[in-house]
Design a protein around this ligand. Structure first.
Ligand SMILES: [Zn+2]
Length: 165
């Protein structure tokens, strides 16, 4: 890996959802995933929470992996967290991203403040890929996709970022 080869070239910050990527089909979602996307549509980050042991879990599943309860609710969380890990994609596999030159972009695993190990895979916007770091505080933001406006993605921005900055 030659990650320092271009260290003097500043990348553009990613400012919105990538175009041309596969998106969830809201009509065909299983019930146990629906609350997550309904939450995003309402600009809320909702995470599945077990009614048996009160544990959050993500990705959504029909059964709690801890206590095996089938009862769950959708709980609105703060949307605050930190970058747990990330990768910067420079050579996209997906042709739509390659053709539209949407690289480099980051894929980031965000650990939410509500529970250790509760992590959401997303992107961090408004920051150059070179400036992201592990433990960076971030805050959720919501953005409709260009390709399917009914699909609203929960994305993240640095906690100290504001649109007027
Ligand atoms: Zn449980």
């Amino acid at each position: 890996m030659t990650q320092h080869q271009d260290q003097n070239i500043k990348s553009r910050p990613m400012t919105g959802p990538l175009e041309g990527i596969p998106l969830p089909d809201l009509e065909r979602l299983p019930d146990y995933e629906r609350g997550f996307w309904e939450g995003s549509h309402n600009r809320e980050l909702r995470i599945q929470k077990c009614c048996g042991c009160n544990t959050f879990r993500h990705l959504p599943t029909p059964m709690c992996p801890s206590c095996h309860s089938l009862e769950y609710k959708w709980s609105k969380v703060s949307g605050r967290g930190v970058v747990y890990s990330f990768v910067v994609v420079r050579n996209p596999v997906h042709p739509a991203i390659r053709e539209r030159e949407q690289v480099p972009y980051n894929i980031s695993l965000i650990e939410l403040e509500e529970q250790e190990g509760l992590r959401v895979c997303s992107n961090v916007l408004n920051i150059a890929p070179e400036d992201i770091y592990v433990d960076m505080p971030v805050q959720v933001t919501f953005m409709p996709t260009i390709d399917e406006p009914n699909v609203v993605l929960p994305l993240f921005v640095p906690s100290d970022w504001s649109p007027t900055a």
